[in-house]
Design a protein around this ligand. Structure first.
Ligand code: PHE
Length: 345
């Protein structure tokens, strides 16, 4: 082969060169640019040719050398990046790790779990039921008279005509538990409920409740009060106290609203408790005997208490989120704030 043929052959070899590992790149370097490499040897041969040939081929020789170096660099790039068929060989151990972002528990789930946890630790079961309910379980069995305003279109989202609606409370689940089991019954029913409210910073048409039910022989109002006192202290610390105000629910008699001494100002008065020192946290009462018999439980033998609270309301006392709507906007900058729950209990 004369010089010009050797140049052409090498130009082609450079173009065809492939490598998938660092070793192959190194072999290429030695074969081309090493001390006995083809390009190096060609330059040796070039030194001995006539000055005419030197003039004619000098530039092409220089281009060949540059092409060999460029090919080497390109092959190095291929094997040190994650191209197809390549092997990642350069690992920067000092580079910060790119961890997959971990999801966080939703603040309402955190609070709901804590509420439920207080009751399961004292022997309550957890019961769940459908969000689309019939009139019987949401209203009828719970003693709502046919003309009760809560059945009105204003409050209730009806589905498929009048007999199906999105449940307005999880008391419906307790009806199902009473219908399907025998006392003693101790259960809490966490879940979503729906009411036809205008959505604002302070109200939503969907929210969460945890309702509780205890039915056995000889259950008294004192048991109710003791249980709720235990609950509030477990969640908000030993310093809070509760008080009860007479109220009305169709399914309990007597009924009460429960206030807790304001956990934020300690009862001294602040804008959360509207300077009263107390915040309302739930409704409760003794299960109306008519409700027990509606559900197949003999009210002459058994009595019970029930209570129900809004999870968002409890969450507000803990997190003080200024606008309820933020809970449901799924903005990760907001949700990421709740990786740990600043709660006791
Ligand atoms: N079900 C009632 C509500 O949704 C709360 C409640 C439950 C009140 C049990 C008394 C007893 O408002």
């Amino acid at each position: 082969m004369n010089l010009i043929e050797r140049i052409a052959a090498l130009e082609k070899a450079l173009e065809d060169a492939r490598a998938t590992t660092v070793d192959e790149v190194e072999k290429f370097r030695v074969a081309m640019l090493g001390r006995n490499g083809a390009v190096t040897e060609l330059f040796e041969a070039f030194r001995t040719v006539s000055s005419e040939e030197k003039r004619a081929l000098g530039q092409r020789m220089n281009l060949l050398k540059q092409a060999a170096q460029a090919r080497l660099d390109a092959l190095r790039d291929i094997v040190t990046t994650d191209g197809p068929g390549s092997v990642r060989t350069v690992i920067d151990l000092s580079a910060p790790a790119r961890l997959d972002p971990l999801g966080t528990q939703h603040p309402i789930s955190i609070v709901m779990d804590r509420i439920v946890g207080v009751f399961t630790r004292i022997g309550y079961t957890v019961s769940q039921g459908p969000e689309v309910e019939d009139d019987h379980h949401n209203f009828g069995a719970l003693n709502f008279p046919p003309d009760h305003p809560a059945r009105d279109m204003q409050d209730t989202f009806f589905v498929e005509g009048k007999d199906r609606a999105l449940r307005t409370h999880t008391s419906s689940v307790q009806v199902r538990v009473m219908e399907n089991s025998k006392p003693p019954i101790r259960t809490v029913s966490p879940g979503r409920v729906y009411r036809n409210e205008a959505i604002s910073a302070r109200a939503h048409c969907m929210f969460h409740q945890v309702e509780g039910l205890y039915v056995d022989k000889g259950v008294s109002f004192a048991d109710l009060k003791g249980t709720l006192d235990h609950f509030t202290k477990s969640l908000f610390g030993p310093d809070v106290t509760i008080r009860m105000r007479p109220s009305y629910f169709p399914f309990t008699e007597p009924s009460a609203e429960v206030d807790m001494s304001c956990s934020i100002c300690g009862g001294a008065g602040c804008n959360i408790c509207k300077h009263s020192g107390w915040v309302e946290i739930m409704g409760c009462g003794m299960v109306d005997p008519a409700v027990l018999s509606n559900c197949g439980i003999d009210p002459e033998v058994y009595s019970g208490f029930a209570f129900g609270m809004g999870v968002e309301r409890i969450a507000q006392l803990i997190y003080r989120v200024p606008d309820l709507r933020m809970y449901w906007e799924n903005d990760v900058r907001f949700l990421d704030l709740f990786t740990t729950a600043p709660m006791r209990g």
